[in-house]
Every structure is written in structure tokens, then in C-alpha cells.
Ligand binder design. Structure first.
Ligand code: KG4
Ligand code: ZN
Length: 335
């Protein structure tokens, strides 16, 4: 049995976990900074780094304690090296390197997007590659063929804003504040998704690129026009209509790729896959076509360290270890 201690600090959650054989989560500690960043309406990178420094040792100790284990029983240390905020990533990377150096255990540098994809292996013990995965987070929108645990083919990504960014910006525009995604999700439950027809960007284009900045602008323009005319708007209707546009684009593009590439197994990953309308849209589309669907539990959709331990396990099996020159790579894509 392989037991991995994993660390994640790429954005605003400090997290540590103990995962066995890639699939069994023995502990999953997440210290969220949401309360702090809420005051500023978004993540402040410098503050995120400092908060990570304050929390990381406690998170690791708690992860070991809750897993009822000690460093002696750990086989390797996995850490997110990128993509993410450079100062935030550095805290996790430095901590993991120090632990690896002090204990002589192998170090594994994990790509954050690989981590999100691996969340599916935790939630469904029988889920295996190959499958088509839509990764939708605050920083990334990727449609990926997962050929094997460490073998990925990117079919398309966003040309501008990620889906999560669009949620966060629209949330701010309609006065919901940070963190935007969950607030839009909640607000949309009371709104009419057909109240306003916002664009469905890229839906008529060939290929699998996404673009969400135009959709965000369309919402902002709509709100400005109403404001200039002195008219009010129904916040829930805007949230629901905007969200429906995102759901339509994501479902359409993913189903198109599944058909083109003859794949009948679909997975979602990343913070935005916590969205209730997106989850429902994919359930319906996959049921209609007889496709298998994997969606991680909410806690494994947003940032956590268990998913990093899971992805790290498959690198462990390939002896894909890092040395102490491992550095944070903020702009790295999926690799
Ligand atoms: O994966 P994640 O935790 O961090 C990144 O790797 O970026 O994703 C965070 C993003 C944020 O943009 C947040 O607003 C969005 O995921 N998000 C949601 C929901 N929960 C989180 N977006 C829509 N609906 C949700 N329920
Ligand atoms: Zn993430």
C-alpha cells in the first residue's frame, strides 16, 4: 500500500491530505481564506501567501493526525507546483521540499489541473481512463481526452476568461460579491433562465475553443442599458439567464466532442463543476445519449489536497519524482 501526504496551496485554500493507493482518502484538511478575501471582493495574492504560511503547518499536522498516521509511515510527498498564484504556490512547494529533504522521502510535483481531473478517481472507485473530461475552474476551461492516468490530449481551452472568472465577474456586477460562483448558483435558483437571451459563445464555431469574456460583457452591457434608462432588473433572472448560457455552451461542446471522438464516458472537474445547473445539464445530456458520467462530490470539485495525492499516486507508480530544484510554475497548463 502506498500512502501519500499531499499539499495544495495554489489559490485561496491551504490544504493537506493523506491518500492511500490513489483512491482512499484518509484525511482531507482544507483551511479556507474566503472570509479574508471577501473583504476585498476577490483573492489578494499577497494576503493569500501570508495566510498559507500561517496555516500550512497546522493543516499538515491535522492531516496526519486525522489519518491516524505519522511521517514515518508516509511513502511520498506530493505538492501542487502550478498553475496558480506564484507566491501561494511557493509556500506549498517550499514546505514539501523541506519535508522531503528532512525525511528523505520522494517528492512529487503535481499539476493542479491533473489534480482536478483525478478527483473523479476518488469519488468513483471504478472510474478509469479513457474518458473525456471538461475541466472548469476559476483559472481554466479545458476539454481534455484523458487517455491514461498521466496521458492527456487537450482538445480545446478558453481563449480569454475561464468559466469561473465569468461567474465571479457577473456576480460582482449584480452585487453578489465574492466568491461569485456559489452565489450566482444560489441566486439563479429563484430566477427564470429564459428571462434574457445572452449569447452562447463559440457554439456555432468548429473546434473546441471556449470564450467567456464576450458573455460577461453582454451581461454588463445589458445591465448598463437598463441603468441608463432608469429601469431595474431582477437579479435572480440575470443570474439564471447567464448561468443557462454557460450550461448550454459547456454541454454542447462536450457532447459534440464525445460524438466526434466516439467517447461515451464523460467526467467533470474543477470548482465550476460544483454548479448545480451544470451538474444537472450534464446528467440530462448524458442520460439521453446513454453516456457514463462522473461528477466529483462538491468538496472534491473545488480546491483540495486529496485530489493532488490521487494524481501524485499515479506519478509515483511511474517513478515520476521531482528533485529539490522543484519550483512554482504559475502559468503552467495541463501537461
Ligand atoms: O477549482 P477552483 O476551486 O479553483 C481554481 O483552480 O481556480 O475553482 C474556483 C472557481 C471560482 O471561480 C468559483 O466562483 C467557481 O469555481 N465555483 C462555482 C461554484 N462553486 C465554485 N461556479 C459556479 N457555481 C458554483 N456552485
Ligand atoms: Zn483549482
Amino acid at each position: 500500500m502506498i500512502r501519500i501526504l499531499s499539499i495544495e496551496s495554489s489559490c485561496d485554500e491551504t490544504a493537506a491530505a493523506v491518500v492511500e493507493d490513489g483512491r482512499t482518502v484518509r484525511s482531507n484538511i482544507i483551511s479556507s481564506q474566503i472570509r479574508t478575501h471577501e473583504l476585498y471582493g476577490g483573492v489578494v495574492p499577497e494576503i493569500a501567501s501570508r495566510k498559507h504560511l500561517e496555516a500550512i503547518d497546522t493543516c499538515i499536522t491535522q492531516a496526519l493526525t486525522e489519518a491516524d498516521t505519522t511521517m514515518d509511515e508516509i511513502d511520498a510527498i506530493a505538492v501542487t507546483y502550478g498553475p496558480g498564484l506564484v507566491g501561494a504556490l511557493l509556500v506549498g512547494v517550499a514546505e514539501a521540499k523541506a519535508l522531503a529533504f528532512a525525511t528523505g522521502k520522494p517528492l512529487i510535483g503535481v499539476n493542479h489541473i491533473r489534480g482536478h481531473i483525478a478527483a473523479n478517481y476518488i469519488c468513483d472507485p471504478d472510474w478509469e481512463p479513457p474518458f473525456l473530461c471538461l475541466v472548469v475552474s476559476g483559472g481554466h476551461t479545458h476539454l481534455v481526452i484523458v487517455r491514461d492516468y498521466t496521458d492527456f490530449e487537450i482538445l480545446g481551452k478558453t481563449r480569454d476568461d475561464a468559466a469561473g472568472e465569468a461567474f465571479d465577474k457577473v456576480a460582482r456586477a449584480i452585487g453578489l460579491g465574492y466568491p461569485g460562483g456559489p452565489k450566482v448558483d444560489r441566486e439563479a435558483k429563484n430566477g427564470n433562465p429564459e428571462a434574457v437571451h445572452f449569447p452562447r459563445p463559440c457554439i456555432d464555431e468548429e473546434g473546441y475553443s471556449f470564450s467567456f469574456s464576450g458573455l460577461k460583457s453582454a451581461v454588463l452591457n445589458y445591465l448598463n442599458q437598463l441603468t441608463m434608462k432608469g429601469e431595474t432588473y431582477d437579479r435572480a433572472d440575470i443570474a439564471a439567464s447567464f448561468q443557462q448560457s454557460i450550461v448550454d455552451v459547456l454541454v454542447f461542446k462536450t457532447m459534440q466532442a464525445a460524438k466526434e471522438y466516439g467517447i461515451d464516458r464523460i467526467a467533470l472537474a474543477g470548482g465550476v463543476s460544483a454548479n448545480s445547473a451544470i451538474r444537472e445539464g450534464f446528467r440530462k445530456a448524458c442520460a439521453e445519449r446513454g453516456y457514463a458520467l462522473s461528477i466529483p462530490e462538491l468538496i472534491y470539485c473545488t480546491d483540495n489536497a486529496a485530489m493532488i495525492g490521487c494524481a501524485g499516486y499515479y506519478q509515483f507508480l511511474e517513478k515520476d519524482f521531482a528533485d529539490l530544484s522543484l519550483n512554482a510554475v504559475p502559468g503552467d497548463g495541463l501537461r
